[in-house]
Design a protein. Structure first.
Length: 146
């Protein structure tokens, strides 16, 4: 059995990104993990829901909060295939996320460029997990649409 490490959980988030890709959504996927168990899965739904706020992270926060029965996710880790935008980082900050792990950096819209303090001060951040895979999927998506 595969160990439950950052790559294991990022692969699950990548599966969500593939679902988004297959649905014509920008391919970003996310999973929320608590106690080494996935408690929420999500992917971008902005086109499906015609809602600019329906990013994978926002969907995952809502699902995880509903499951844990509270708004704070300080015992949770969010795995997401793309560095969160400022909106999502702000929401993760309000949720007091324990840990954020992302795949590809987002040079154009990533929170670290525009709002590096948006996350909760105690949130641990790890970037670059499966970065090439995550970036390649995003690149393929936009190349097909140009």
């Amino acid at each position: 059995m595969e160990p439950f490490d950052d790559v294991y959980f990022m692969k699950r988030a990548f599966q969500e990104a593939r679902l988004a890709y297959d649905q014509g959504e920008v391919p970003v996927g996310a999973v929320v993990v608590a106690n080494n168990r996935i408690i929420a899965r999500a992917h971008n739904l902005t086109e499906t829901l015609t809602d600019v706020t329906a990013h994978a992270e926002m969907q995952a926060i809502t699902a995880a909060s509903n499951l844990v029965g509270g708004k704070y996710l300080n015992e949770c880790t969010l795995y997401v295939t793309l560095e969160p935008c400022v909106m999502c980082a702000g929401a993760l900050g309000w949720a007091q996320l324990g840990r954020l792990v992302y795949g590809a950096a987002d040079e154009k819209r990533g929170f670290s460029k525009f709002a590096p303090k948006a996350l909760h001060p105690k949130t641990e951040v790890t970037g670059g997990v499966m970065a090439d895979d995550c970036s390649d999927l995003m690149t393929a998506f936009f190349q097909e649409r140009r």
